[in-house]
Design a protein around this ligand. Structure first.
Ligand code: DGL
Length: 273
């Protein structure tokens, strides 16, 4: 019997919906479970041990509810906890750092990339290592104010523009004036693409790890023996189920901004530690 694969997408909160949006656009022949750990958001200011504990609990939940592949949409969770998540999972796991680094490496001509991300992601140097392994020099710049500004809905606001300008000035100095790629290493930043395009140096290409991750997931699906969807299933839009650890109402409201359309079917989850 043919059946669509269920892809579990995990994030600290709402931001991973930017990854889900890319996945649904590229892989409509799948169904999706999305887990947003909104009660423990943000991960970007927490320690590696804490993030690993939270992330393993959430990804176990997705797997135990039927996810057949896990996408760790959260850059911070990928950077700090991917090995622990992989060790506790029994299904394929894909994080966002390697796809983002690969895409940046294939885009840069100057072999210098500036990465912007949360404090925790930058401190882990996960992107630095992933780029270095590809022979690319990286400068990492933490931009902690951008997550709350995006969640406030200030995606095209003069205050956000001013903050981004200050951060990007620091991202393109100290020998990185010639960097020709800005790698968005946080789930929230794709919403700021038009603003960042205005603020970043004109010669810089913006690479979004959400898009590159969706491409990697699509490729990986081809290598797993999921049964091919029937013609009827192909005509059906993917079903999306959401799990949130904090208010369902807030998830619906903020989630719509990240996903680009209404968020339905949200279930509250209490992950007892
Ligand atoms: N999802 C996080 C990331 O991509 C940003 C929000 C947070 O700090 O939890 O790094």
């Amino acid at each position: 019997m043919s059946r669509r694969p269920i892809i579990g997408v995990f994030d600290s909160g709402f931001g991973g919906l930017t990854v889900l949006r890319e996945l649904v656009a590229l892989i409509p022949d799948a169904d999706y479970f999305y887990f947003g750990d909104t009660v423990r958001l943000p991960y970007g200011s927490k320690s590696a041990d804490t993030v690993a504990r939270y992330a393993v609990g959430a990804t176990n939940y997705l797997e135990s509810h039927g996810a057949e592949m896990l996408v760790v949409a959260c850059n911070t969770a990928t950077a700090l906890a991917l090995p622990q998540i992989c060790a506790s999972a029994h299904v394929p796991v894909i994080g966002v750092v390697e796809p983002g680094a690969e895409s940046a490496a294939s885009t840069t001509m100057s072999r210098k990339v500036s990465v912007i991300a949360t404090d925790a992601t930058v401190s882990s140097h996960a992107y630095f290592r992933a780029l270095q392994a590809r022979g690319i020099e990286a400068r990492e710049k933490a931009c902690p104010l951008l997550v709350p500004l995006v969640e406030e809905g200030w995606i095209d606001h003069p205050v956000t523009e001013q903050v981004a300008r200050i951060y990007l000035q620091e991202a393109f100095i100290d020998g990185f004036e010639a960097a020709d790629v800005l790698l968005l290493g946080c789930t929230h930043y794709p919403l700021l693409k038009p603003l960042l395009r205005r603020v970043a140096p004109a010669h810089v290409a913006i690479v979004d790890s959400a898009e590159s991750t969706a491409r990697v997931v699509a490729d990986r699906l081809k290598t797993y023996p999921f049964p091919a969807p029937s013609a009827k299933e192909r005509r059906t839009a993917p079903s999306l189920r959401f799990f949130a650890t904090d208010s369902v109402e807030k998830f619906r409201r903020l989630g719509a901004m990240f996903l680009g359309h209404a968020v339905e079917e949200v279930q509250h989850v209490d992950l007892k530690e």
